[in-house]
Design a protein around this ligand. Structure first.
Ligand code: PLP
Length: 372
């Protein structure tokens, strides 16, 4: 029996991955080029340009790291922090918590500013911590996928810069689904993943570092603990006139990202953001009518990730078994709650290609057949 036999078709409406567009999958079956072939380097440079547009930046050091979003998180923190340095990290969900753990393992002195899951980090509390701790880095999550909260960025970033701290922002779920403006917001390092609103498969982590961040990395007194994610070494392959081998770039994944970015840029960003916003609103209205309650206050909801408290009849039926039936009988995946929200919420993603009214209606119709 072949290893790759047959696979079911799924509509991926969980917290990621989302469905990749067929143009992306087609691009990924194109013939391989060598990773130092001038034709591939030219493609890579166009991908970097496309990423600058979606990140809202002119940062030279903008590139797709060869691993998932977690590598972007790790790269941002281990390059900008040295052992013993203070860092302030906002934690209002799983991914803020992970940032704190990565920073702790890098030997930094971590101060967490925590907020209840489902609420934003109050800028005032972050600013107070920044003024007290005087950190080298301030890190937080723009779109917290574990809760569906969209974090306001600018006020916190301004206070961090005033204190001469680097600002690190997790944009894994927000990028290409709602505005990300690194330069206007004063963010020094940001990272994302390809499997969410870019509608590509998982496997790459788009990252961007400001010149200020690069200067900080160059001024380090200790080497970056990760050889693979050391920006100074990565620059040898991703930047400059003469490209040298660092690791073998994942050619096929980069073709896919190129096709994904082409679709994003053809649609034009404001239209794409409006499409996500409209789909998110339609979903919330439909779920409320079906008895679900949004977890997050309207002003801070993410359009691409809706988290809802479950009605009694879903809890009675067993939320996991309803999700299983949705998958097996309707081919639709939605996400469960994590941490303190496990068993209490569902997380429904409308990311990239899936942020469309007909997709919302398909989910709502399937739910009606299962829970009435
Ligand atoms: C906000 C956020 N940060 C980081 C990650 C980690 O990304 P990956 O799973 O691609 O490594 C995720 C993944 O879902 C995420 O949603």
């Amino acid at each position: 029996m072949p290893i790759l036999e047959s696979l079911p078709e799924r509509l991926l409406l969980g917290p990621g991955p989302s469905n990749a567009h067929e143009s992306v999958l087609r691009a990924m079956s194109l013939p391989l080029l060598g990773h130092l072939d001038p034709a591939f380097i030219a493609l890579l440079d166009r991908v970097k340009d496309g990423l600058r547009t979606v990140f809202g930046t002119r940062n030279a050091m903008t590139l797709p790291l060869s691993a998932t979003g977690s590598a972007g998180m790790e790269a941002a923190l281990v390059n900008l922090l040295e052992p013993g340095e203070p860092v302030v990290i906002g934690v209002n969900g799983v991914f803020g918590g992970r940032m704190a753990e990565v920073a702790r393992r890098a030997g930094a002195q971590v101060t967490k500013v925590e907020a209840e899951w489902g609420t934003i980090l109050e800028p005032g509390r972050m600013i107070e911590a920044i003024r007290t701790v005087r950190p080298r880095v301030v890190a937080f999550v723009h779109a917290e996928t574990s809760t569906g909260v969209c974090q306001p960025v600018e006020e916190i970033a301004a206070a961090a810069r005033e204190a001469d701290a680097m600002v690190v922002l997790d944009c894994v779920t927000s990028l290409a689904g709602r505005p990300v403006e690194l330069d206007a917001w004063g963010v020094d390092a940001a990272y994302s993943g390809t499997q969410k609103c870019l509608s590509c498969p998982p496997g790459l982590s788009p990252v961007s570092f400001s010149d200020r961040a690069i200067a900080r990395v160059k001024a380090r007194s200790t080497p970056v603990q990760s050889w693979f994610l050391d920006l100074s070494l990565l620059a040898g392959y991703y930047e400059g006139e003469k490209r040298v081998y660092h690791h073998t770039a994942p050619i096929t994944a980069i073709y896919g990202l190129a096709a994904g970015l082409d679709r994003v840029l053809d649609e034009v960003l404001p239209a794409r953001f409006a499409r996500h916003a409209a789909a998110g609103e339609r979903l919330v209205a439909g779920l409320e009518a079906a008895g679900f309650t949004p977890l997050v206050a309207p002003a801070h909801r993410l359009p691409m990730l809706t988290s809802v408290l479950l009605p009694e009849r879903v809890q009675k039926a067993g939320e996991a078994s309803v999700r299983t039936r949705l998958l097996e009988e309707h081919g639709i995946e939605v996400g469960a709650g994590l941490g303190p929200l496990a068993g209490r919420i569902w997380r429904i993603g409308l990311m990239g290609e899936n942020a469309r009214p007909e997709i919302v209606d398909r989910l709502l119709a399937a739910l009606r057949t299962l829970i009435g």
